[in-house]
Design a protein around this ligand. Structure first.
Ligand SMILES: [Cu+2]
Length: 278
C-alpha cells in the first residue's frame, strides 16, 4: 500500500504518542528498576522530588553549555581552517572576552550552588522523626529494628522465589505513609550502604559508627533498593524491600512483628548462620 507523506506523518505521530503513553504508564508504577530505564526512578518522597528537579535543571544547563561549545568548535573548524583563512589574525588578548569567560562560568556555578545547597540541607537536616528504624548491614542481608515500637529486630534475606527477581525478600521493612522515618544505620562486619532510589537516600552502613538519614514516603506500595557498597561475594544479593502502608496497617504489622520477631539472640544467630550457608 502506498501512503502519502501526510498519512505517513500521522502514522509516525501515532506511534510516537503510543510510545510516550506506554512510557508514562510504565513510570507511574515504578518503584524498582525497569529494563531499558534511562531516567531516575519516580519520586516517592519530597527529597527525591527535589533531587529529580535539581537533576533536570543540571541536564538543561549542561546541554546548553555543550551545544554552545560545539557551536564554537564548528565555527572554528569551518571559518578558521588553513584553507578558509590562510592569513591568521595576530590577536593575543581581548579583555572583554577574557572577563566574560571568567565571570560567566562563575555565575553559572553560583546559580547551581543555590539549589544544590538547599537540597543538601533538606537531606542532612533531619526533621523531627515519627519513628526510627535501625538498619544493620550484614554479610549478606539486612536487619531491621524498631526501637520506638517495641523490642523486636528481624533479618531480611533475599527470597529466591519472590518477585521481583533479586529484589524480593522474606521479611520486608514496613513503614507508615506520610511519616518522617529516621534511619539509623551501621555495619556489623564490613561497610555496606543502604540505598533506596525512589526515596532519594543512600548512606553508608559503617561498623562502629551510626549514620543517620531520613525519608517521608508520600505513596503507599513496595519500594526496592540494594546494598550500594561492595561488601563481599553476595553484595548483589542483599536487596532492600520497603513496604509503605497506612497508619492502621502499620500498627497491625507492629503487633504481629512483636510476636514473630521478639528479640532472641539465638534466632538472629540461627538466621545469620543460614545466610552464610545459603
Ligand atoms: Cu552489603
Amino acid at each position: 500500500m502506498k501512503m502519502s507523506s501526510g498519512q505517513m506523518g500521522r502514522r509516525l505521530l501515532g506511534f510516537l504518542v503510543a510510545g510516550m503513553t506506554l512510557a508514562a504508564g510504565g513510570t507511574a508504577l515504578a518503584a524498582q528498576p525497569k529494563p531499558w530505564e534511562i531516567t531516575l526512578q519516580d519520586a516517592a518522597t519530597p527529597v527525591m522530588e527535589s533531587i529529580i528537579s535539581f537533576h533536570n535543571l543540571l541536564v538543561w544547563i549542561i546541554t546548553i553549555i555543550t551545544l554552545f561549545v560545539l557551536a564554537l568548535l564548528v565555527i572554528v573548524v569551518v571559518k578558521f581552517n588553513a584553507k578558509a583563512n590562510p592569513v591568521p589574525s595576530k590577536t593575543t588578548h581581548n579583555t572583554l572576552i577574557e572577563v566574560a569567560w571568567t565571570l560567566i562560568p562563575v555565575l553559572i556555578l553560583v546559580a547551581i550552588a543555590v539549589p544544590s545547597f538547599r537540597l543538601l540541607f533538606l537531606q542532612l537536616d533531619i526533621p523531627k522523626a515519627d519513628l526510627t528504624v535501625k538498619v544493620t548491614g550484614k554479610q549478606w542481608y539486612w536487619s531491621y529494628a524498631y526501637p520506638d515500637n517495641g523490642k523486636f529486630e528481624f533479618d531480611s534475606l533475599l527470597a529466591q522465589d519472590k518477585k521481583p527477581r533479586l529484589l524480593g525478600v522474606d521479611n520486608e521493612m514496613v513503614v507508615p505513609v506520610n511519616k518522617v522515618v529516621r534511619i539509623q544505620t551501621t555495619g556489623a562486619d564490613v561497610i555496606h550502604a543502604f540505598a533506596i532510589p525512589a526515596f532519594g537516600i543512600k548512606i553508608d552502613s559503617i561498623p562502629g559508627r551510626l549514620n543517620e538519614t531520613w525519608f517521608k514516603a508520600t505513596k503507599t506500595g513496595m519500594f526496592y533498593g540494594q546494598c550500594s557498597e561492595l561488601c563481599g561475594k553476595d553484595h548483589a544479593f542483599m536487596p532492600i524491600a520497603v513496604r509503605v502502608v497506612s497508619d492502621q496497617e502499620f500498627a497491625a504489622w507492629v503487633e504481629t512483628a512483636k510476636k514473630k520477631f521478639a528479640t532472641n539472640p539465638a534466632n538472629s544467630f540461627a538466621s545469620a548462620a543460614g545466610a552464610v550457608a545459603q
